[in-house]
Unconditional design. Structure first.
Length: 761
């Protein structure tokens, strides 16, 4: 509602300006056509869903607007979309016979009436709540008010008055009562505490008990015609007839825009923008406080604007507060204006005009073609192709300052009283050329109250401060030719460029912040701002002249409204949610763990089979030795063979010397001295019966280099010397290792590892 109040407050400003004879106000807008993505120019319906997306129905499908671009649906299909509804969070586009259920970019068709008897009414139901529709038969009779649900369309009521409504009547429901227009009434709408009736004869308040109070007459050019009146708003209203828009504040009715080709629907979105669906596309009126002003003379434009809102035109008019005080066809005004005290000075054809308290006069200077005027203290600086002179308004004395500056365009005074002049051939200070590394063509310049000066050359912005010139390095200006600069006392910097407008803030150190670019895409619709001094009124409103019209705006309002706020991001797909990625990561981790576990079990199973095979071979050897013992009782040769086998069975594996790289060298030990290995990240802790050492090798690489008959991988992080195990504690899951000298070392094992070692022993 706040945005709508802001929008209507702009209307009031427009209306006040329109009351003056020479200035006509127009809203800044953008027109959307098939080139922007509409499937057809003939738009029928405007609607905004709960998330903020704007849907536009046309005679050939519909589109969804997210703040930046249109997403088309049913493109190329002859389907007249005349309504929308949101049911259980799902948007439906409604045609006469079909409804289209929207699943983001996919649609599913369902009939309005499975039996084909009922059609959707598209003329009388524009002001009903979401999901309310009216159905009628093919003869547009037997009407019934219905509600769209997830399982069908439920009938709410029938009444003979519904059949009596002509196509220019609009049903209205204010949350408590349903109003059916009859007679000369076209629409009802509640604004604040009052219910208003809008009809062919004017606007009326409907009071309790059925009393009617006349508010205002209908305008003489009110074209309610065949489609009646469309009303939008809460405490203030926007009213649309077939070709025009009107603002109604409860008492007064004023036209705000006209010239449309058959308005079919009006929408005020959640950002306060006004949308109009017509048979020549869709219009969006921006809520940016940009106001366009045109002169009633279509062949004339404003060139000079002062802070007192005194204007000089190309055709010689002088306008004060919207009224023409002077009209001299032989005159024309340069794009330059200066205020000294309470007086405005503007450069005319051969002289300088003076406007004080609404009265115009001339300085009667020597006849010359004055390119610009500026001020230095209380003196007026006059710039022409011949010279630069100073004029004192008090003594009326003229002093020539410089005669050798070629093609001067602008001038400003710094805090030390020096006069800086910009020309086609560079920058001058007190008449002397200021050398600068790059070539400068300076056509616009402005200064603040502290004597800081900004000037522009092409698309570069420069600052003069403490007699030094530096480039402001503003990337946002690249490629945009600067036409004029204005430093606002309220801390804003306004830069008019050839194709738009830059507005931002400046601090005391002249740091630029919060800069935005505005053009026809986001509200600034003026064409080519002139090389002129901008005017700023006491309330902070900036006025800027263009080649066709003037534009007024407040920088604070522009910067408080962000274009990106109107962009509705698409809803996240299922795979884009964080919890989906979290679950996927957990499943992947579980899968990796399962594969690693399976691989480890498979490797340990192979080791177990190998050990069992060795055990079986040993048992076979023992059986063979027993057999030989029986046969060797009386045979010397068999006794020698038996002794050899017994020695081979009883001798232990060879004791290896192992060496490993450590942080400060190499560690060497006997394999029989090792109790176990424990993984520590990418390295391994080697534990002997005498010390513990960190060796620079991973547990996986270590396992491959060890004797598999002696060293067994108990789990992912532990390798044990199975020959040195002396005890397994089942309760505490500990494994005790004992050396030949009786030294013991103990470590804890996980349950699976403990059982694995227990099975091998």
């Amino acid at each position: 509602m706040t945005n709508r109040k802001t929008f209507i407050s702009l209307f009031s400003l427009f209306v006040c300006l329109m009351m003056h004879g020479q200035i006509k106000s127009e809203l800044a807008f953008r027109r959307y056509t098939t080139q922007d993505g509409l499937p057809q120019l003939q738009a029928e319906r405007l609607w905004q869903d709960s998330r903020g997306y704007i849907y536009i129905g046309t005679l050939s499908g519909f589109v969804r607007y997210d703040g930046k671009q249109f997403t088309p649906f049913l493109k190329g299909r002859r389907e007249n979309i005349v309504g929308f509804a949101e049911v259980d969070g799902q948007v439906r586009a409604l045609g006469f016979r079909r409804q289209w259920l929207i699943d983001w970019e996919e649609v599913e068709m369902q009939p309005i009436d499975p039996k084909g008897k009922w059609l959707l009414n598209n003329f009388n139901t524009l002001d009903l709540p979401n999901g309310w529709v009216m159905l009628e038969d093919e003869q547009e009779r037997n009407r019934r008010l219905c509600r769209v649900t997830s399982i069908g369309i439920d009938s709410l009521m029938t009444h003979p008055a519904l059949d009596k409504m002509t196509q220019d009547k609009k049903l209205y429901f204010d949350g408590k009562r349903l109003y059916v227009p009859t007679g000369k009434t076209y629409s009802y709408h509640r604004l604040g505490p009052h219910l208003y009736a809008f009809g062919a004869d004017g606007i009326f308040i409907v009071e309790d008990g059925g009393c009617v109070k006349h508010v205002c007459n209908a305008p003489t050019d009110w074209q309610n015609g065949y489609f009646g009146l469309i009303v939008r708003g809460d405490e203030n209203a926007v009213i649309a007839d077939e070709h025009s828009l009107y603002a109604f504040n409860g008492t007064d009715l004023n036209k705000i825009a006209t010239g449309f080709n058959l308005i079919k629907d009006v929408l005020i979105d959640r950002w306060g923008r006004l949308w109009v669906a017509t048979y020549q596309g869709v219009y969006c009126f921006f809520n940016r406080s940009f106001t366009n002003h045109r002169l009633t003379d279509a062949n004339d434009i404003v060139r000079a604007i002062s802070n007192q809102l005194v204007m000089g035109t190309l055709n010689g008019k002088v306008i004060v507060d919207g009224k023409v005080i002077s009209d001299d066809p032989e005159q024309f005004y340069a794009p330059s204006a200066v205020v000294i005290g309470n007086t405005t000075y503007m450069a005319g054809n051969g002289d300088v005009t003076v406007v004080t308290n609404g009265t115009q006069s001339w300085l009667h200077l020597p006849n010359d073609r004055y390119q610009f005027i500026a001020k230095k203290g209380n003196q007026l600086i006059l710039g022409s192709r011949k010279c630069i002179a100073a004029y004192d308004p008090v003594t009326t004395r003229i002093d020539t300052l410089f005669t050798d500056i070629t093609h001067p365009w602008c001038a400003a005074q710094d805090k030390e009283g020096h006069l800086w002049v910009g020309s086609s051939f560079g920058l001058y200070r007190d008449g002397k050329k200021v050398e600068y590394p790059q070539k400068l063509v300076i056509t616009t310049m402005d200064s603040d109250d502290a004597g800081n000066i900004l000037f522009a050359s092409a698309d570069s912005l420069f600052l003069i401060r403490n007699n030094e010139v530096r480039n402001m390095e503003t990337p946002l200006l690249n490629g945009h030719e600067i036409r004029s600069i204005h430093i606002s006392p309220k801390g804003f910097l306004i830069i008019a460029v050839l194709d738009g407008l830059l507005v931002g803030r400046i601090d005391a150190d002249y740091q630029l912040t919060d800069f935005r670019f505005f053009n026809h895409l986001n509200g600034f619709t003026a064409l080519e701002p002139l090389k002129a001094t901008m005017g700023e009124t006491a309330d902070g409103t900036i006025w800027l002249a263009g080649v066709e019209e003037m534009v007024s705006f407040k920088p604070a309002t522009l910067l408080s409204y962000r274009e990106e706020d109107t962009y509705i991001a698409p809803p996240l797909r299922r795979w884009q949610h964080w919890w989906v990625w979290f679950i996927g990561l957990c499943l992947l981790s579980l899968m990796i763990w399962a594969v690693s576990r399976w691989y480890e079990k498979r490797r340990n199973r192979k080791k177990l089979i190998r050990l069992e095979q060795d055990k079986l071979n040993k048992q076979r050897k023992i059986e063979a030795i027993r057999k030989k013992a029986i046969e060797a009782e009386n045979d010397v040769k068999h006794r020698q063979s038996l002794a050899h086998d017994i020695v081979e069975m009883t001798q232990k594996p060879e004791n290896e010397r192992l060496s490993y790289r450590i942080v400060n060298g190499t560690f060497v030990c006997e394999s029989s001295d090792i109790a176990y290995f424990k993984a520590e990240g990418n390295y391994t802790q080697l534990v002997t019966f005498h010390r513990s050492t960190l060796i620079l090798v991973s547990i996986g690489s270590l396992e491959k280099s060890l004797n598999p008959h002696v060293f067994i991988r108990a789990d992912r992080s532990t390798i044990v010397n199975i020959q040195n195990i002396s005890q397994l504690n089942k309760k505490q899951h500990t494994c005790t290792f004992q050396s030949a000298e009786g030294i013991e070392v103990e470590t804890n094992l996980l349950t699976p590892a403990f059982k694995r070692i227990e099975g091998l022993l």
